[in-house]
Design a protein around this ligand. Structure first.
Ligand code: KIV
Length: 302
């Protein structure tokens, strides 16, 4: 069943934490949806984990449109939320609505996320009045990396916690439907979660939020060697991919790939299914992944 904005809002205190992950492309969105994730965030973290930039600041609205559209094409049950990148909601209300509107209208996002606390309440209200659902994001806000003096845990003093509580209240009053809490102590997240009617979704914010989100590349072991303390790695796909590609390279180098069964004959239709040279891999011709050419379908055009 399709997850909607009201459905996410209704998860506040419902006793079933919201499961959220980032996604930046079509196959990943399909995979995460098959696993039953509630919410996919096309995060501007794509600038770092997909495009190799040192911060999220170089990410443009055009990049977000491109990646959000790819995720939306996966037609997920999960709600798709697109991050508004740096400078796309800072200049004027009119420009903000137009930019968010493009993420909804052109790319097909169902909501947008913006970083910042009470200083953004006016922007959030303007978007909500334009019927654009908004997810807030407070605590460690990566677009403010220079203002914060680095990626530093926020909300460590009583005054800082008070400030976060005021941010959460202002975003709630402005009409946001949910709130990301990033990089704050678990106790601060617990206080905010208890004090707001918005479902909170934590990343590096401890266990007391109404849901959790991680960068999918970190969870799958596709990120760098070092991951932040709050990440739990559920797989090591980078190592698996390096091993697979090494095996392919060895087969090509030794002339073992392609084998007879992986080659097209001159006239006969349908290749005989044969054993794969790779243990555990699907037999060629026996089945093909969705969108791949069948046995007699030539070319690389997928
Ligand atoms: O861009 C992103 O991936 C995010 C999450 C870390 C919440 O904002």
């Amino acid at each position: 069943m399709k997850v909607t904005v009201p459905a996410i809002r209704a998860r506040k205190g419902a006793g079933r934490p919201i499961v959220a992950l980032t996604a930046y492309d079509y196959p990943t969105a399909r995979t995460l949806d098959a696993a039953g994730v509630d919410l996919l965030l096309v995060g501007d973290s794509l600038g770092m984990v997909v495009l190799g930039h040192p911060t999220t600041l170089p990410v443009t609205l055009e990049m977000m449109l491109h990646h959000t559209a790819a995720v939306v094409r996966a037609k997920t049950a999960a709600l798709v939320v697109a991050d508004m990148p740096f400078l796309s909601y800072h200049v004027s209300r009119e420009e903000t609505i137009r930019n968010a509107g493009r993420l909804i209208q052109e790319a097909g996002a169902e909501a947008v996320k913006i970083e910042g606390g009470r200083g953004r309440a006016g922007v959030v209200r303007a978007l909500v009045e334009a019927d654009i659902p908004v997810m807030g994001h407070i605590g460690l806000t990566p677009q403010s990396v220079h203002a914060m003096g680095g990626y530093k845990v926020q909300g460590r003093s009583p005054d800082a916690v008070q400030s976060l509580l005021e941010d959460a209240r202002a975003l709630e009053e402005a009409g946001a439907f949910s709130l990301v809490l990033e990089g704050i102590p678990g106790e601060a997240a617990r206080l905010i979660t208890q004090s707001t009617a918005l479902p909170t979704i934590g990343i590096g914010a401890g266990p007391h939020c109404d849901g959790q989100i991680l960068v999918v590349n970190d969870l799958l072991g596709l990120g760098g060697e070092e991951v932040p303390r709050f990440v739990r790695r559920y797989a090591d796909l980078r190592t698996a991919a390096v091993e697979a590609v090494r095996a392919y390279a060895a087969d090509v180098t030794a002339g073992r790939f392609p084998a007879e069964v992986e080659s097209y004959g001159a006239g006969a239709r349908g290749a005989a299914a044969g054993p794969s040279t790779v243990p555990g891999a699907a037999a060629p011709g026996a089945s093909t992944p969705a969108g791949s050419p069948g046995p007699e379908q030539g070319g690389s055009g997928r």
